[in-house]
Ligand binder design. Structure first.
Ligand code: NAP
Length: 259
């Protein structure tokens, strides 16, 4: 199926690795020019070069922390009113409800709620003026079903979800869609870090920790960045213009719910 987005320009945040990279690769495969971002310049430029070589699209890399005003300004200057915006950043650390104070919540809200909101606020006006735009926010399955040790993530991402629910309905008449992609467990560095936490806390091997988590997923495996990227491309395609304000769960069936 032709996604109808060849020649469009996308800003994909936090995309040197993992799910962001999966989205960037999949968009590049459809002929979309990219601005990529991450903090670490070396891995970011390696990813940019790999994507240029594989897909022949234009790829600009901006090494910056997307959760800071200065980082966002650098990224937005390079992206210059993109047609497609994929928001993403690292997730907050796990812990117990009793661990977190105000500063921890402010940091989580900044990274996983206020940063995507600031990016949308910057990019939506030009999309609306052109009469076409796509925004995909990478959030988490924790929006549908809380993950108790990720209380900071549960809180921040639910706030973003509420904002998107309303805002997506205000911009849809201008040909702009905003939707959220909710990853369940995917095989990335983030999943490894969470598994390592279990290894340290419970004295398991990495293989045991992973097998235990896989056994909780009806698909009995972790998702892949490639599968995640394919779903992102569909939401960014011309075919998804009637999908507005949705929360699309990619979790191998892990969230046990009828709808
Ligand atoms: P990952 O494999 O650790 O990759 C994170 C990417 O984001 C890297 O490229 C990293 O590069 C970049 N990054 C992190 N913080 C950044 C910042 N402040 N500014 C710019 N770039 C930043 O993570 P992932 O698994 O792809 O996860 C992506 C998001 O999905 C996270 O918010 C995570 O919590 C959420 N999520 C993941 C899963 C999962 O199973 N993987 C499940 C649910 C939700 P640098 O470190 O060089 O900046």
């Amino acid at each position: 199926m032709d996604m109808g987005i060849r020649g469009r320009r996308a800003l994909v945040c936090a995309s040197s690795k993992g799910l962001g990279r999966g989205c960037a690769e999949a968009l590049a495969a459809e002929g979309v020019d990219l601005v990529l971002n991450a903090r670490g310049a070396e891995a970011l430029e390696a990813t940019a070069e790999a994507i240029r070589a594989a897909h022949g699209v234009s790829v600009t890399s901006v090494a910056a922390d997307i959760t800071t005003p200065d980082g966002r300004a650098q990224v937005l200057e390079a992206a210059a009113s993109p047609d497609i915006l994929v928001t993403n950043a690292g997730g907050p650390p796990p812990g117990m409800w009793s661990d977190w104070d105000r500063d921890d919540f402010i940091a989580a809200l900044d990274a996983n709620m206020l940063t995507p909101i600031a990016l949308m606020k910057a990019c939506l006006p030009a999309m609306m003026e052109r009469g076409w735009g796509r925004v995909v926010n990478i959030t988490s399955q924790s929006v549908k079903a809380p993950i108790p040790v990720l209380g900071l993530s549960n809180a921040a991402r639910t706030g973003l979800t509420g904002y998107v629910a309303g805002t997506s309905r205000q911009v849809a008449q201008n040909g702009v869609t905003i939707n959220n992609l909710l990853p369940g467990i995917h095989a990335t560095d983030r999943a490894d870090a969470l598994d390592r936490g279990v290894v340290e806390a419970e004295g398991l091997t990495m293989e045991e920790a992973r097998a235990r988590r896989e056994s909780t997923i009806p698909a009995r495996r972790y998702g892949t960045p490639e599968e995640f990227g394919a779903a992102c491309v569909f939401l960014c395609s011309v075919h998804a213009g009637f999908m507005v304000g949705q929360n699309v769960l990619l979790d191998g069936g892990a969230t046990n719910a009828t709808i």
